[in-house]
Design a protein around this ligand. Structure first.
Ligand code: ASP
Length: 329
């Protein structure tokens, strides 16, 4: 009898292991999960991580903490997660810079996208070209003429080398065939504060952070970077940059969720299930749509679809960055 029971217990353990599930994984998460945001508080990455964290908390039934680790265009916070224990308790919320940094930086403080397991794409949003409230130009056309008359008189804030705002600003300068002095910050949060205060002049920033400031009249808005005009009331009157003469101009910023590579498969599955459920959360969808963000519902919410998308983006940006010849140290 004793032997039979022992055999049953062993068979049960073997079956559980066969399915990749140990007792520890079955209990995951039994302590708070931390989402690392590689930019300062108050920016789009921070906002997206906080909204996602709230939705994940409900699905995982566990506290979700957001920690801001800004600096070096998001690469410092990314390295923090690459080096974290691969147990599912330290995750990364990272935007398009995840795919551009490996080509942009001559030396990264982590190996690259292979240091991570893709958990699913979260969302995508266009950017907006915005300016300090006292800028004399009222439309994109006026702004363009104002810059052309004296390119040195305006500067452009961004969230560091490799940030989405820097990429958008670089593409804008290339399309306008001009050079504008750039002012780097540790994230959009502090950059936006200075833009509203008039310490810097322009920024190419995601709708996520721009919409509330446009609605509040705290910044001037000139254009959206999406291929089509946006229907959101705050953005509806804005032209696209493409229709304003910058042929084919289109920038969309996406965010994904990542775990360190070697995180056990059952933990990754639980996190992906929680992410998919979180992206269906009506609160999250409502908050996102109000800021011009589209929550992902296609195959890119699955780890394989997300990885395929990231690899495509890495290859696309590698070509763009190599052609531009501008690298960061
Ligand atoms: N939006 C920023 C960027 O330009 C980063 C942030 O979310 O603060 O990359």
């Amino acid at each position: 009898m004793k032997n039979i029971r022992r055999r049953w217990v062993l068979t049960g353990v073997a079956m559980a292991l066969g399915a990749g599930m140990t007792a520890a994984h079955a209990e995951f998460p039994d302590k708070p999960v931390t989402l690392i945001v590689p930019f300062a508080a108050g920016g789009p990455s921070d906002k997206i991580a906080r909204d996602l964290g709230e939705a994940l908390r409900k699905k995982l039934n566990q506290t979700v903490i957001v920690e801001n680790v800004g600096g070096a265009g998001g690469t410092l916070g990314t390295a923090r997660v690459a080096k974290a224990p691969p147990d599912g308790y330290t995750l990364l919320v990272r935007h398009i810079g995840f795919a551009t940094a490996p080509s942009l930086y001559r030396k990264l403080p982590y190996k690259g996208v292979d240091d991570f397991a893709c958990l699913g794409l979260i969302n995508e949003a266009p950017s907006t070209l915005i300016g300090k409230p006292t800028l004399p130009a009222r439309t994109f056309d006026e702004l363009r003429k104002y810059i052309a008359a004296d390119p040195g008189r305006l500067n452009l804030a961004h969230a560091g080398v490799g940030s989405a705002s820097q990429l958008c600003g670089l593409m804008l300068q290339a399309a306008m065939k001009t050079t504008i002095t750039s002012v780097p910050y540790k994230g959009t949060g502090p950059a936006m504060t200075d833009l509203m205060g008039g310490q810097v002049d322009l920024m190419c920033e995601q709708a996520t952070n721009a919409v509330p400031q446009i609605e509040g009249g705290k910044v001037k808005a000139y254009a959206v970077t999406s291929a089509q005009r946006m229907t959101l009331p705050a953005l509806a009157n804005l032209p696209t940059l493409a229709e304003s003469g910058l042929k084919d101009f289109s920038v969309t910023v996406w965010h994904g969720l990542y775990a360190p590579k070697d995180t056990p498969a059952p933990v990754l599955r639980k996190l992906n299930d929680a992410l998919k459920a979180a992206l269906k959360d009506p609160d999250l969808i409502k908050r996102s749509e109000a800021l011009g963000i589209t929550v992902i519902t296609d195959g890119r919410v699955e780890p394989a679809g997300h990885r395929h998308f990231v690899e495509t983006e890495v290859a696309r940006w590698k070509k763009v960055i190599e052609a531009s010849g501008s690298y960061a140290d």
